[in-house]
Design a binder for this molecule. Structure first.
Ligand code: PLP
Length: 282
């Protein structure tokens, strides 16, 4: 029998920036006494992410689940959506809360992402969108899914919860599909304590998403639509902004750990690794 470990061994632990950096940021928040509602730290963080992802079409949320839920709502997705069962439950829950019927299609065996060959057969007159997941940060079959979406006039949405920092063909994975959701939950390689982000192609969506995440407020006096509370606060924005500065070292450390796993497990019978990343993927 295997002897129990004396201390737990974690699959992953959140990256924490040096505490001095966080304290300096807290001082700024204490000075401004602005804790949430589109404060200066959030505005700065949003600009940093815009630069990082090379698009103005970013919208921040208090978590990835609500980002995805409101993203679907903002795009008016309804009826049936083709999606994957091999994901975290939040992908399907985001559909559920929009009264959308999830239609599950199996995954391909290499990277565990939605199998484009099976997607087409699942399309019905009620299908409005495909919601695919970049599982563990492995890019979906981007070209194949884009081709199916174009031919059938479907919206293509990516749950990119695991894919912060992934580039394909020289640009961020955020630039593929009509919309992508990134989770900044503490368990992710990149995080802001909790948090989420949508990136999207249609600039016109930004206003709707801003309303949806803030009770539909257009101004202090005017509510133009029903919304909810899904705003990111200043502490989250501060953490996100600091972790972003350390992103390269976090990715490099993770890469080294992966090399170790592959090396140490390679002779264990029954273990199969994902193939090397497709060319042009970082
Ligand atoms: C694939 C996937 N989708 C959605 C989510 C939900 O993100 P969040 O925890 O930020 O709400 C997660 C992670 O938690 C996830 O792994």
């Amino acid at each position: 029998m295997i002897k129990p470990f004396e201390k737990p061994i974690y699959v992953t632990r959140p990256f924490l920036p040096p505490i001095e950096e966080f304290s300096a940021g807290l001082q700024e928040i204490w000075d401004s006494q602005w804790l949430t509602n589109d404060g200066p730290v959030l505005q700065r963080f949003t600009r940093q992410l815009s630069n990082y992802f090379e698009t103005d079409n970013v919208c921040l949320f208090n978590n990835g689940t609500l980002a995805l839920q409101l993203g679907l709502q903002g795009m008016g997705i309804s009826g049936e959506v083709i999606t994957t069962p091999f994901t975290f439950v939040a992908t399907t829950h985001a559909l559920y809360w929009n009264k959308i019927r999830p239609v599950f299609v199996d995954i391909e065996p290499d990277y565990y992402t939605l199998d484009p060959e099976k997607v087409e057969a699942a399309i019905t007159p009620w299908t409005t969108a495909i919601l695919a997941v970049h599982v563990f940060g492995y890019p979906c079959k981007l070209d194949e899914l884009a081709d199916i979406a174009r031919r059938h006039n479907l919206t293509l949405i990516y749950d990119a919860a695991h894919a912060f920092g992934v580039d394909v063909g020289g640009k961020s994975i955020a630039h593929y599909g009509d919309m992508s959701m990134f989770s900044f939950h503490a368990t992710k390689l990149y995080h802001s304590l909790e948090g989420g982000m949508l990136t999207f192609q249609d600039s016109g969506l930004k206003q709707t998403l801003d309303y949806l995440k803030n009770f539909g407020f257009k101004s202090e006096l005017e509510v133009v639509m029903p919304g909810t509370n899904a705003k990111m606060n200043e502490m989250q924005a501060l953490m996100g902004s600091l972790v972003l500065k350390h992103l390269d070292e976090i990715i490099e450390k993770s890469r080294q750990i992966e090399i170790l796993y592959r090396e140490c497990l390679k002779d264990v019978p029954g273990i199969r690794f994902t193939p090397p990343l497709p060319e042009g993927t970082r």
